[in-house]
Design a protein around this ligand. Structure first.
Ligand code: BGC
Length: 752
């Protein structure tokens, strides 16, 4: 039986309609039994299913059904692999179907504005294109199974401090170019069934009641067709929310929201048409999800675990590998000392609403032992207690003894779970000091040290990394992270992960210092467009590891760059071609990154911006031709006066490389773009008037060869004079053009 949405809308009473816009409990929409409308389940998300069957809460305290725990977004983003994310989306969908879940609450595509955001592990990147493309692939995969996504947290939810009340004060160009595009890409490429509005305010207006955000941008400009749901408890004024485009309040407000809606409709301050629109969206969502909600569906837990392992191996980023210490030879001689509690008690996901109850968990220690199968001895020493802030002298001594006699020491360091979570931000970006002390002690005993990191957001490595020959950034790798780590350490898998966020040298170098997490209810995005690598590039700052960086066990050469204009004019597109060759001895997968520069712009533009990427898997010695297409947006900026995207004519730089700071090929392209010249006004500068094709000659003629012509071309004072608005100069004594002349000229020349 299908739901006839228009007929149901006609049959529902206003009380039933208002009730439908509120949740039934923590995780279900309201049923209307009288009309056969079922309630459906929406639940977390995003990197695995968190379906609570008993007591409910939204912070992951109560148990949920076992589900595959894939790497959280911080890991998945480092794969730079949309195809893989699509397959993970499909697997998530199958698990949702098995549990009759209509909508999975994710993915979250907020930007990593500060490394301190407690929820960075759940977000993809400091770059909106990378975050958007990966999330779109995940949503497409998920929704191909008939299960909906909830794209969150819309928008500018870039911190946890005061997340439910803070106003993110962001200028429009920065919103358009940095904080909204990841959402835009997912909406336009994947049409998620739902979008979840964020808790915070944007420039003083709660996201949950912002018509500009929820209707003008999301629907009118981007073409969103689904339903907007509140983040859990994000509603401020329910009636204003309905009018603005917030359709469903979650979790249940216990009837409070329903009463506010009814009162407002009765008082005439909220139109029934607005209510009907929201109800239509709720009914449409229920109807859309019904085909997938059949009983008796199952999923293959083993196959999903294998996928989680593949994803984990693709998520880790090999930051350094001096003298090729990695991979370790599985058949080599000598003991491998595995040190660090994380090897035995892995940290594989973050805390809060996304916490999944995994179907199983592998440890790196067990996985290494299993893979080595007695061919090499593995000696283990925990070295520290994860949740302790102090060193344990006995554990340190044991670790040093273990390392001293070994061929190599693999040291598992990372952040304790309490360091990063939903709900609060980090205080600093360092590893616990006692873990670094342990590294020094181990490296003193055995300089052949490999560090494996477990952290959901970036940590400082500069203070200690010279004590390690190799550093493998493991992020949080999900339930199969242990075996994936063993695969990478032993060379069964090639490290293909690339950084989706910059690793700065020092916390103090990061762009949001001084403007995070704000004060007195406001956080001012003072760095504007300069998030992540855009900032480090603009300030010529050395970084520990740049955006896009990641080593492989093989090497790649780039050659034969070609740049072809496919279309010119106001909506250009450009094709970039090149050849990538595997010049090493092992098979590997390279991520080709394309950055565009706009050196001739009339507005400030970041030095370079990621505009396309792709991956290519190559056997040793193999070459492949790679083609990347740059659409109009790759060249455009948000013109605040014209209130739209604009491509300005001129030369653009094309940079292709293996990271944002390892550019291998450069080229250029000349595009016609469109006229962005401001219309001539009385307030335009004399310079602008003189440069105008028609008004310029007229003004020259008026000035003749009098005093002002001399002044305006004076080598010292001319520039200052020409910067004066013409109308102001017209009021100066002796200026040969009067104010009425200027007004008349504006009429004449702008009419042409
Ligand atoms: C989180 C959302 C989550 C929701 C439901 C909120 O606190 O911000 O990401 O989906 O709870 O658990």
């Amino acid at each position: 039986m299908t739901l006839d949405v228009p007929a149901l809308l006609a049959a529902l009473t206003i009380e039933e309609k208002a009730a439908l816009l509120d949740g039934a409990d923590f995780w279900h929409t309201q049923p209307v039994e009288r009309l056969g409308i079922p309630g459906v389940m929406v639940t977390d998300g995003p990197h695995g299913l968190r379906k609570q069957t008993g007591e409910s809460d939204h912070v992951g305290l109560n148990d949920s059904v076992p589900a595959t725990c894939f790497p959280p977004a911080a890991g998945l983003a480092s794969t730079w692999n949309p195809e893989l994310l699509g397959r993970i989306g499909e697997a998530l969908g199958r698990e949702c179907r098995a549990e009759q879940v209509a909508v999975l609450l994710g993915p979250g595509v907020n930007m990593k504005r500060s490394p301190l955001c407690g929820r960075n592990f759940e977000y993809f990147s400091e770059d909106p294109l990378l975050a958007g493309d990966l999330a779109a692939a995940l949503v497409n995969g998920l929704q191909s199974t008939g299960v909906g996504a909830s794209l969150k947290h819309f928008a500018a939810n870039n911190q946890e401090t005061d997340r439910m009340t803070v106003s993110a004060d962001v200028d429009e160009r920065t919103l358009r170019e940095i904080y909204l595009p990841a959402f835009e890409r997912v909406v336009t490429q994947a049409q998620p069934w739902t979008v979840m509005c964020s808790y915070n305010k944007i420039n003083g207006t709660y996201a949950s009641e912002d018509p500009w955000l929820l209707t003008q941008v999301l629907r009118d400009e981007w073409g969103f067709e689904g339903l907007v749901v509140s983040d859990w408890g994000a509603v401020n004024r329910r009636d204003a929310g309905v009018a603005a485009g917030l359709d469903l309040e979650m979790p249940s407000s216990g009837g409070a929201g329903t009463r506010v809606i009814l009162d407002a409709v009765r008082a005439g301050t909220l139109s029934e048409a607005d209510v009907d629109r929201a109800v239509t969206r709720v009914l449409t969502l229920i109807e859309k999800s019904r085909p997938a909600l059949r009983e008796g569906q199952t999923f293959d837990a083993e196959a999903h675990h294998a996928l989680a392992r593949e994803a984990a191996a693709a998520s880790a980023v090999l930051l350094k590998n001096t003298d090729g210490i990695l991979p370790l030879d599985p058949r080599g001689g000598g003991t491998i000392a595995v040190i660090g509690e994380f090897a035995r008690s892995p940290r594989f996901q973050g805390a809060g609403s996304s916490q999944v109850n995994p179907t199983r968990v592998e440890t790196a220690l067990d996985a290494l032992r299993a893979a080595l199968d007695g061919h090499r001895e593995v000696a283990f020493a925990p070295g520290f207690v994860i949740d302790s802030d102090a060193a344990d002298d006995d554990l340190v001594a044991e670790a040093v003894r273990t390392a001293a006699g070994a061929d190599v020491a693999v040291l598992f360091l990372g952040l304790p779970p309490s360091y990063e979570s939903e709900g609060y931000d980090r205080d600093h970006m360092d590893l616990p000091a006692h873990q670094i002390d342990l590294l020094h002690a181990v490296a003193d005993a055995n300089p052949r040290v490999v560090v494996v990191l477990s952290n959901g957001s970036v940590v400082t490595v500069a203070p200690w990394q010279d004590r390690a020959q190799a550093v493998l950034e493991g992020w949080l790798l999900g339930q199969a992270g242990g075996s994936a780590t063993a695969d990478l350490l032993l060379g069964a898998a090639d490290p293909a992960g690339r950084l989706a966020e910059t690793v700065p040298l020092r916390f103090e170098d990061n762009p949001a210092v001084g403007a995070f997490p704000g004060e007195l209810g406001h956080v001012r995005y003072g760095e504007g467009l300069l998030i992540g690598y855009r900032w480090y590039d603009a300030h010529r700052l050395e970084v520990a590891y740049p955006f896009g960086h990641g080593l492989s066990y093989t090497s790649f050469a780039y050659s034969d760059l070609s740049v072809t204009v496919l279309a010119d004019g106001a909506e250009p597109s450009v094709e970039v071609g090149l050849t990538v060759t595997n010049t090493g001895e092992r098979a590997g997968r390279e991520t080709v990154q394309l950055y565009v520069t706009d050196p001739q712009a009339t507005v400030y533009r970041p030095e370079q911006e990621l505009r396309a990427f792709t991956q290519v898997s190559l056997a040793p010695g193999e070459s492949a031709q790679v083609t990347l297409t740059l659409p109009t947006r790759a060249f455009a900026f948000w013109h605040t006066a014209m209130k739209r995207w604009v491509v300005e004519g001129g030369a653009f730089g094309i940079r292709v490389g293996s990271s944002s700071r390892d550019i291998r090929l450069t080229g250029a392209v000349e595009l016609t773009g469109q006229d962005t010249g401001a219309p001539l006004t009385a307030e335009a500068t004399v310079d602008a008037w003189l440069g105008h094709a028609v008004a310029g000659p007229w003004l020259h003629e008026q000035l003749g060869d009098g005093l002002f012509t001399a002044l305006l071309s004076d080598p010292v004072n001319g520039q200052m004079m020409r910067a004066i608005p013409l109308v102001r100069l017209s009021r100066f004594p002796g200026f040969p053009v009067t104010e009425p002349d200027v007004e008349a000229a504006v009429q004449r020349f702008t009419a042409q």
